[in-house]
Design a protein. Structure first.
Length: 263
């Protein structure tokens, strides 16, 4: 396990070059904002505890650099595989896990599932090179509360950590928009199916008349006489009623129509 002061020498670099690091790296989004509310989780005296699992050495250094530069975050350890991730999860009390999806001996999904079993109160944020809706949805289904795309212009790892630990969610804007589009498309499809089903259930006025008489106990011949149509035509109407209501008997048709208020 790589502890805060051993993360690729980044912490030592920051200590030795604190003024440079502050001016160069913390100006956009790092460090402790002067108006960071005391009621939010993540204070300099009690930072958020984080694990980082990523098998890309370069990205690990970049992310670790950002996390270490923020006084509200304590990077407890780093791993590069599912095996190392499971060990870190089991050995550390932590608040947030940043995890890549593609690991050499498995996937980040495996670690999210394991984390939710061992540390159910901890939060998981996916860091992935894939801006894929299906992967994001699966991660959220497993319990993740964030999904960041590597090298995104909007990528801000400290902010993501602080958002999820304070009850929020963090997701790369482009992916969020695509997910919204997917949900809108699904909703539109569901509404179309509902409309089609309603259209199928809709009985004609003549079919309603026939069904009312069926409910009153009249035979096909009697119904034909009352409506001045042949018994064969009545039976055709009844078959159409069965098909539209997806039933097989007169009793089922009457019961279904009564519940639906079709007559």
């Amino acid at each position: 396990m790589q502890i805060r002061n051993e993360a690729d020498g980044v912490s030592d670099f920051l200590v030795k070059n604190s003024s440079t690091a502050t001016s160069h790296h913390l100006a956009p989004h790092g460090g402790l904002p002067p108006m960071w509310p005391a009621f939010l989780t993540g204070q300099a005296e009690q930072p958020v505890r984080v694990l980082l699992i990523d098998d890309d050495p370069h990205m690990s250094r970049v992310i670790a650099h950002e996390l270490l530069a923020d006084l509200r975050i304590n990077l407890l350890g780093q791993g590069s595989s599912v095996k190392e991730g499971r060990r870190l999860i089991s050995q550390n009390e932590f608040d947030v896990m940043l995890v890549d999806l593609n690991l050499g001996d498995g996937t980040g999904f495996d670690l999210i599932e394991y984390m939710k079993t061992v540390r159910p109160m901890a939060e998981a944020v996916v860091i992935s090179a894939m801006e894929d809706e299906q992967h994001a949805l699966h991660a959220f289904e497993l319990g993740a509360t964030g999904y960041l795309v590597k090298n995104s212009w909007f990528g801000n790892f400290p902010q993501a950590v602080l958002q999820v630990v304070n009850g929020g969610a963090s997701i790369t804007p482009n992916l969020a928009r695509r997910l919204l589009g997917k949900f809108e498309h699904q909703q539109s499809g569901e509404q179309q199916i509902l409309h089609e089903n309603k259209s199928k259930d809709k009985l004609s006025e003549r079919e309603k008349e026939v069904l009312k008489l069926v409910a009153s106990g009249y035979t096909s011949t009697e119904i034909g006489s009352r409506l001045n149509i042949s018994g064969q035509t009545v039976n055709t109407h009844i078959k159409n009623i069965y098909r539209k209501l997806n039933v097989r008997t007169r009793a089922q048709a009457v019961s279904f129509a009564s519940v639906r208020g079709l007559f």
